[in-house]
Design a protein around this ligand. Structure first.
Ligand code: PEP
Ligand code: MG
Length: 856
């Protein structure tokens, strides 16, 4: 497949083009960027070596097309071409096509598997649609046949064969466009891709205008049709598979295009995966299988996640023009955020977010809001809220589930823009004032701290993976939760009675009375056990044969610190500082960070509080840092890599941590370390921060311990070498497992692979313990709180666990019920099992009855 290289003076410009291209062409087309100059490529300019490397990086042997933005971009590309080996140069084309339109058209043609010169030709034609629309094509490049060597005919030849089939009989059909956006970018791209799968020559014409038919395999031609919902298309095909082509195209159109199906564009989207839970043990009373996220049972009426708006202003602040400008600005910001989240978010929400971003360009919606601002003098937030609500109601009134989902999309995106306009308005979660089980498609992590466990008795998500951050936060709140139940709960109404067992991952819609009774009695028993564990929570966790295991808390928000201390935490093993950085438009100040650290440390008196430096990137983007477009964010700019690239951000955090160390027992922990040089660089930055504090006479502890998370296989393997450079290690099994097993921790289909009990992971943990020498090793990933994992981990030599506040008393109680000699034998056997389910089966045998998970 032909690949693209985007050469621009401005890196942000080129980066912004990529998601736009991805809207229209499949992800299979490789795209590389060579843009900007300077160390971080943030100065304007182009660089021949970068261009050469970009070309080489996407070369598949099928050809590379280079699009440049202007002047020296082209000169640099000429130089780059000279530097290329002959064979690669011979299949690389620098083309004069317009940067944006050309790249879009080229990507679509490339995704259809066309040859490099065909792709180049289509790209060069890409201005045609704009010229035709604006009617100023006098200055346009001459596209008459003969004068431009690559001019494409209005109707292209048979896509696959090059035949024109002039003598073949003509087949015609007429279809009405029923999808929301008409032949908008993505549907147009789908039509072109479908047409190009056939060798027949296919043309399309919009019946409402009298222009000639255009080629159905040319995106720029199809886009010129300007076809909208309700328009009728006449499709004509000639050639051997003409009828099949017509059938495929009319199916595509009458089904509203794949892109408009709820699966990808719905606010209440169907997850892309079926629930992967083991259905063989499914109770036969209507249970739905999902993924256990946090144990506990609940029975309560459903409430769908809905976030409410604060009171909106009713009078305009400035002129209508200023209000309109503010709205446009907010739309742009929200659109940028949505696209950024879509790129970095869990796969099963990407389609939803991208579709929401598209809604922000919807002409009808924008002009309704504008009319309200200019003609009814409404301020921008009110105008936008009313315009989106009117559209949402229109969809909702159509009554079918698909349209209801569209209504949710519109409302959700409406709310985001209003919150952006109101600047500092908080995103308020509005839930009915009664006990409930919250039902969401994907629960934003930022919502979890707003949930009151007294009211929210359980959470069910149609998508999600138990190692995702929303799951981690739910455990911290102690809310029984099940993820990945799939479409079964997608249309459940508010108030429908639900039953949930977070331990087995089962959910019941309208559970039969017997099941209600069983779930409630199970909850009562669990409550009784919890009360016993809680009463002993401050006793040490000592095995029956005298080995002490330290159990500390994982904390993701200062509000959890007090509870963790009350529940027996012997310090904080992991303070995730992302809460400080996530939701604000600016990074937090040193003072804000210091205050938060003190709040967390206060309940722990002398016990150590391990502050993990900001772990941004991957699935945790930051609004104020621009992350490069990455095909694999988890393998990209994350953790320590981000910090070392943004020393000013890191320095501020280090100052806050050092200052907190003056009054509290604080330790610093680095996320995602892969090399010794990352530790060295951090230590030297820390030294310079100390010097700066000395300079102004600010107090801090002389030697705060500095440790690392062992999350990358590289750091796990290098522990013996790293041990002399750090004071402690903490194994982050959530990430370590994803990298060792090559299984995205957010991927609902790969939950079975995301298991720390797979023997290769256990081998690595044992090696870390052995290689660390006298450096303490703890585990702070979710495995540390898993009753089936704890016996194995302790058996492997782990003496420090860090778990969510909710799990503290039970974790300590379990350790007190185990004997180390049994666990050592168990760990030895675990290492040689085939896979995690086998290890789990062994571990279950070792568990005392009170801790054994029951199946139903
Ligand atoms: C881990 O990876 O195990 C970990 C504790 O870090 P996080 O879950 O915050 O990525
Ligand atoms: Mg991690």
């Amino acid at each position: 497949m032909v690949s693209l290289v985007l050469v621009s003076h401005s890196r942000p410009l080129a980066e912004a083009l990529v998601p736009l291209i991805r809207e229209m062409a499949t992800d299979e087309v490789a795209i590389a960027i060579a843009a900007g100059t300077g160390e971080n490529r943030d100065a304007f300019g182009t660089d021949a070596t970068d261009i050469m490397q970009a070309i080489a990086s996407v070369d598949t042997g099928d050809g590379v097309l280079v699009l440049g933005d202007m002047g020296s971009a082209l000169l640099s590309t000429d130089m780059a071409l000279e530097l290329l080996p002959d064979d690669l140069r011979s299949r690389t084309r620098l083309i004069s096509a317009p940067f944006v339109e050309g790249a879009l058209a080229a990507a679509i043609q490339a995704s259809m598997g066309n040859a490099v010169d065909d792709v180049a030709r289509e790209a060069r034609q890409a201005l045609a649609q704009k010229q035709q629309h604006v009617g100023d094509s006098d200055d346009a490049p001459d596209t008459e046949e003969g004068s431009a060597p690559d001019a494409s005919p209005a109707v292209s030849e048979g896509a696959a064969t090059g035949d024109s089939y002039d003598d073949a009989p003509e087949h015609t059909t007429e279809v009405e466009l029923t999808n929301l956006h008409g032949l908008h970018a993505r549907p147009a791209a789908q039509l072109v891709r479908t047409a190009s799968q056939f060798s027949a020559v296919v043309t399309v014409k919009r019946l409402e205008d009298n222009r000639a038919p255009v080629s159905a395999t040319s995106i720029s031609s199809v886009s010129t049709l300007g076809a909208r919902r309700g328009n009728r298309l006449q499709i004509t095909a000639r050639g051997p598979d003409a009828e099949e082509a017509l059938q495929a195209l009319s199916d595509l159109i009458t089904h509203g295009f794949d892109d408009d199906t709820p699966a990808t564009e719905s606010g209440g989207a169907t997850p892309q995966h079926e629930a992967p839970a083991d259905r063989s043990t499914l109770p036969d009373d209507g249970a739905v299988a999902g993924l256990p996220v946090h144990a506990g049972t609940a029975v309560a009426p459903a409430a769908r996640l809905h976030t409410a708006l604060p009171d909106l202003p009713t009078t305009q602040n400035g002129s209508p023009e200023a209000e309109w400008a503010a709205l446009q600005n907010a739309l742009k910001l929200v659109q940028r955020d949505l696209r950024m989240q879509a790129r970095r978010g869990a796969r099963n929400v990407q389609g939803i977010l991208e579709a929401q971003a598209l809604l922000l360009e919807d002409d009808a919606l924008l002009s309704a809001a504008r009319t309200r601002i200019t003609e009814s003098d409404e301020p921008a937030p009110l105008a936008w809220a009313r315009a989106t609500e009117a559209l949402a109601e229109e969809y909702a009134s159509l009554g079918d589930a698909y349209m209801q989902a569209r209504a949710n999309d519109v409302r959700d995106v409406g709310r985001r823009v209003v919150l952006e306009l109101l600047d500092d308005a908080a995103d308020v979660v509005s839930l009915p004032d009664r006990p409930l089980i919250l039902v969401a498609d994907d629960l934003p992590p930022s919502v979890v701290p707003h949930l009151d466990p007294e009211q929210v008795r359980g959470v069910v998500c149609t998508g999600g993976n138990p190692t995702g951050h929303n799951a981690i936060l739910l455990r911290g709140r102690g809310i029984p939760s099940v993820f990945g139940v799939g479409a079964a709960l997608q249309h459940v109404d508010n108030n429908t009675l639900l039953g949930l067992d977070g331990g087995t991952g089962h959910v019941w819609v309208d559970p039969p009375p017997k099941r209600v009774e069983q779930l409630e009695s199970k909850r009562r028993q669990a409550d009784e056990r919890t009360a016993v564990y809680l009463a002993e929570a401050h006793d040490p966790a000592t095995t029956t044969d005298g080995t002490v295991v330290t159990v500390s808390a994982n904390i993701s928000h200062p509000s959890e610190a007090e509870t963790a201390a009350e529940r027996g935490a012997e310090g904080v093993g992991l303070l995730r500082t992302e809460f400080l950085f996530g939701d604000t438009p600016e990074p937090p100040s040193e003072e804000e960070q210091l205050e938060a650290l003190k709040t967390v440390a206060a309940p722990f008196k002398k016990a150590p509080v391990t502050v993990r430096a900001l772990d941004a990137g991957g699935d945790k983007p930051l609004p104020y840092l621009s992350f490069p477009d990455e095909a694999n964010p988890f393998l990209g700019m994350r953790g320590i890599r981000v910090l070392l690239r943004h020393p000013e951000l890191f320095r501020t955090q280090l100052r806050a941590v050092l200052r907190a160390s003056a009054s509290h027992n604080v330790r610093l922990m680095l996320p995602m370390v892969a090399t010794l040089s990352e530790i060295r660089k951090t230590r030297s930055l820390l030294q310079s921060v100390r010097a700066a504090l000395n300079h102004v006479g600010t107090l801090y502890a002389a030697n705060i311990p500095v440790g690392i998370m062992v999350e990358t296989p590289a750091s796990a393997v290098a522990v013996a070498q790293l041990a002399s450079h750090v004071d402690f290690f903490s194994i982050g099994t959530n990430d370590l497992v994803q990298y060792v097993m090559a299984a995205d921790r957010e991927h609902a289909d790969l939950a079975a692979l995301s298991d720390a009990l797979h023997p290769p992971v256990l081998q690595l943990i044992r090696q870390v313990v052995e290689a660390a020498g006298d450096r303490p090793v703890s585990i702070c990933g979710e495995a540390a709180a898993d009753p089936e994992a704890i016996p194995v981990l302790v058996g492997l030599g782990i003496r420090n666990l860090s778990v969510n506040a909710e799990a503290l008393p039970a974790t300590k109680a379990l350790i007190r019920a185990l004997s180390l000699s049994d666990l050592t034998a168990l760990a030895k056997r675990a290492l040689v099992q085939d896979d995690a389910p086998e290890v789990r089966a062994l571990a279950r045998e070792a568990l005392p009855a009170a801790f054994a998970p029951d199946e139903q």
